[in-house]
Ligand binder design. Structure first.
Ligand code: NAD
Ligand code: UDP
Ligand code: UDP
Length: 321
């Protein structure tokens, strides 16, 4: 039976103390919801949510989603999972457990409450893709036993679980495949390329290009992604995805480094380092479905502007004049 909502909507965000989760919570609170943030602070940081502590509609619970969670909410956004290669490879078994057992627990919670649940999946489900740009119907090219597999296969299994709960239990699921997203509150030391290059440039250190820098990524500014999350959750019970969300403008990693050097005015040198195993050579979302299903959603912040805002954040966070 559907849960009856009295007064405000109460929204659960797992991984809410992380980069994306904290931005999502800001938007949910701004529109008047109550928010329950569940996070074990593995890669997240309380500083991302400190500014919410005095808000009576915000609640934080330190909890690992690998363990059952009995709470009462009206919507669930399941973001809990380390996201950067350095972080998810630090304890790969825990990464798979978080993706798979965490998904089972959050789906069990959604099933008991009969509420919609959105899963933060990833472009990594396409692996090193043979189809370019990536469309949702592509099944991917993923190594099941490599160093990225704990994340890639964990997220793929989570997608399987979401679709089985939909087919078997008629759950209202929403699966988002997120392409590289960046912005303020990224972890300064998580090794992701945008934060790494900005921190290196601001500190005058060498900028570390892995491989020859010809591999591509398409970078989405965080605000655009969160807008897509919110539209997806409101899209109604017939819209399940998977839906790609990302900015389709594609850049080589070398172009990204040059853009960051230009904007920071840094004198850092570009140096090359070995390419990590299974590093995808190209990535760019096809966003046709997002536009059609999510009321014309499309990114509005292009790389130059997004980098400007992110560089300003890191200048302040790292106390660099
Ligand atoms: P993040 O590391 O900043 O946030 C992840 C959060 O999950 C952290 O606060 C962390 O402490 C928490 N967490 C990890 N394991 C947990 C557990 N077992 N129980 C409870 N909390 C746990 O990363 P992010 O970039 O904000 O990513 C959020 C989600 O989006 C992740 O699921 C990630 O896989 C997905 N995603 C992000 C991107 C991106 O470009 N940022 C791309 C694809 C997918
Ligand atoms: N679960 C949870 N909170 C709930 C309901 C379920 O954490 O409110 C967990 C519970 O640990 C269970 C899992 O979700 O193992 C899957 O639940 P489901 O009802 O699908 O399966 P079952 O209980 O039969 O294993
Ligand atoms: N990369 C790089 N230098 C760095 C960090 C990353 O050249 O200091 C490259 C990495 O090899 C990959 C791309 O940048 O080709 C994106 O890496 P990231 O870890 O941000 O995300 P991914 O898309 O690989 O999960």
């Amino acid at each position: 039976m559907a849960r009856i909502t009295y007064g405000r909507r109460r929204v659960l965000v797992t991984g809410g103390a992380g980069f994306l989760g904290s931005h999502l919570i800001d938007r949910l609170l701004a529109r008047g919801d109550e928010v329950l943030c569940v996070d074990n602070l593995f890669t997240g940081d309380k500083s991302n949510i400190d500014h919410l502590a005095a808000n009576p509609r915000f609640e934080f619970m330190r909890h690992d989603v690998c363990f059952p969670l009995y709470v009462e909410v009206d919507q669930i956004f399941n973001l809990a999972c380390p996201a950067s290669p350095i972080h998810y490879q630090h304890d790969p078994v825990q990464t798979t457990k978080t993706s798979v057992i965490g998904a089972i627990n959050m789906l069990g919670l959604a099933k008991r409450l009969r509420v919609p649940i959105l899963q933060a999946s990833t472009s990594e489900v396409y692996g090193d893709p043979h189809i370019h740009p990536q469309v949702e119907s592509y099944w991917g090219n993923v190594n099941p036993i490599g160093i990225r597999s704990c994340y890639d296969e964990g997220k793929r299994c989570a997608e399987t679980l979401f679709f089985d709960y939909y087919r078997q239990h008629a759950l209202d699921i929403k699966v988002v495949r997120i392409f590289n997203t960046y912005g303020p509150r990224m972890h300064a030391a998580d090794g992701r390329v945008v934060s790494n290059f900005i921190v290196q440039a601001l500190q005058g250190h060498d900028i570390t290009i892995f491989g020859d820098g010809s591999q591509t990524r398409s970078f989405c500014y965080v605000d655009d992604l969160i807008e897509g999350f919110l539209r997806f959750m409101e899209a109604g019970p017939d819209v399940h995805g998977p839906i790609n969300l990302g900015n389709p403008n594609e850049f080589t990693i070398r172009e990204l480094a040059e853009a960051i050097i230009a904007q920071t005015g840094s004198r850092s040198r570009l140096v090359t380092m070995p390419l990590p195993a299974d590093d995808p050579t190209q990535r760019k979302p096809d966003t046709t479905i997002a536009q059609a299903e999510l009321a014309g959603w499309e990114p509005t912040v292009e790389l130059e502007e997004g980098l400007r805002r992110t560089i300003a954040y890191f200048r302040s966070a790292l106390k660099i004049a």
